[in-house]
Design a protein around this ligand. Structure first.
Ligand code: NAP
Length: 353
């Protein structure tokens, strides 16, 4: 581990919509943010081809374009964006944060905005590691078009699974939708859309069915999958039950749509409160400091907090709030004479409000 410690006024982890919006606002408030980009640069939006519901783009905008424009905008206002995977954050006795990166670099910071998003869940079945990116995908909108005219399997029973199965009918011969139990978690809106496609023969719904193994090679892609079905649900937990049927099915692609896990492990050393799934608990409610956690100077925005809305526009809104909350926190520290070392006065950012 390097001993080199650079002190920053504000560090923002994440370059999705939450992190970049926080960076724009923090830059404009002269908080000289360092924005650390992890191993999924731009977050989940960069996996989306067309964002049709982001306010102000009546023709839609591609996810990568939206992210690149937001990066440019953040840099215009003085944000520094650098690659760096944060592995550990700790709150020090003097109130500042110690931020350690995977390459051994260590920063300290007076405030920290966690906007590190969420990553797609996986199942851990045999074949998964080999086939990820070679016919197994966690993003139908990104990869669906590569498997035109193939049979495709979507795993999951929430809104994402419904939306993806529906979307994939554009390309697939048949879309098989495997869900581990009888009832779908998805909203009626999506269930009805999927049922319409099922009536038309484009989607085949496989309830009480789970994926056991993915077979294929990186050279040739996915060849077939092994599934288990038990009318009582959760067949994987009941493989020895005589009512559990195991069978193989030929498909050319597999899409996981089984939810996401927030990227918050690196914050455990701060003692910040999280729920059972790792989502950060923030103050919320009315008035200022809604994005504040119980750890002074640590703020959360976007998918690290939000397990419900999970939209680009809501993440951006939370990023904005986090930057405003962090600014207030830093100003309070400044007034109390408690800001960390090396507080160079940053150049005033251009701005008109
Ligand atoms: P989700 O609602 O958490 O659904 C995950 C699905 O995956 C559930 O059906 C779950 O099964 C299944 N699953 C989880 N772990 C599994 C495992 N190990 N094996 C097999 N199946 C497993 O996640 P989501 O669909 O990604 O949606 C997340 C949020 O985004 C939701 O609030 C949703 O409303 C929102 N969203 C909205 C839209 C839209 O409206 N346009 C689109 C996508 C997402 P169980 O049901 O048995 O738990």
């Amino acid at each position: 581990m390097s001993d080199e410690i650079e002190h920053r006024r504000l560090i923002i982890a994440g370059t999705g919509m939450a992190g970049l919006t926080a960076a724009i606002y923090a830059g404009r408030s002269n908080n000289d943010p360092l924005v650390l980009e992890g191993d999924e640069p731009g977050g989940q939006l960069t996996l989306t081809t067309d964002v049709a519901n982001y306010t102000g783009f009546p023709e839609g905008i591609s996810g990568p374009d939206l992210i690149n424009d937001a990066k440019e905008q953040a840099e215009q206002f003085g944000a520094e964006i650098d690659h760096g995977i944060v592995t550990d954050v700790e709150k020090r006795d003097d109130g500042s944060f110690r931020v350690e990166l995977k390459d051994g670099t260590v920063y300290t910071a007076d405030a920290f905005v966690a906007a590190s998003g969420a990553s797609a869940r996986t199942l851990g079945v045999p074949g998964e590691d080999t086939m990820m990116g070679y016919g197994l995908s966690t993003c139908a909108t990104c990869d669906g078009a590569f498997f035109r005219d193939e049979d495709m399997l979507v795993v999951g029973g929430g809104d994402a699974a419904m939306e993806e199965a529906h979307f994939l009918t554009k390309f697939a011969d048949t879309v098989y939708l495997a869900h581990r139990r009888e009832e779908f978690r998805a909203e009626d809106y999506w269930i009805e859309k999927v049922l319409e496609k099922a009536d038309a023969g484009d989607i085949e719904i496989m309830r009480n069915t789970e994926l056991l193994e993915i077979h294929g090679t990186q050279a040739e892609g996915v060849d077939h999958v092994t599934l288990a079905r038990n009318e009582a649900g959760y067949p994987k937990d009941n493989l020895n039950d005589p009512d559990t049927e195991q069978f193989d099915m030929d498909v050319g692609a597999v899409f996981y749509a089984i939810g996401h896990t927030p990227n918050t492990d690196y914050l455990e050393g701060t003692g910040v409160e999280m729920d059972g799934e790792g989502y950060l608990r923030t103050r919320g409610g009315d008035g200022g400091q809604q994005t504040a956690t119980g750890v002074g100077g640590l703020f959360g925005a976007g998918d690290v907090v939000d397990y419900h809305y999970q939209q680009a526009v809501t993440a951006a809104g939370m990023g904005c709030k986090a930057a405003i909350d962090a600014d207030q926190y830093l100003e309070d520290l400044e007034r109390a004479g408690e800001l960390g070392v090396d507080e160079a006065e940053p150049e005033a950012a251009a701005g008109d409000d």
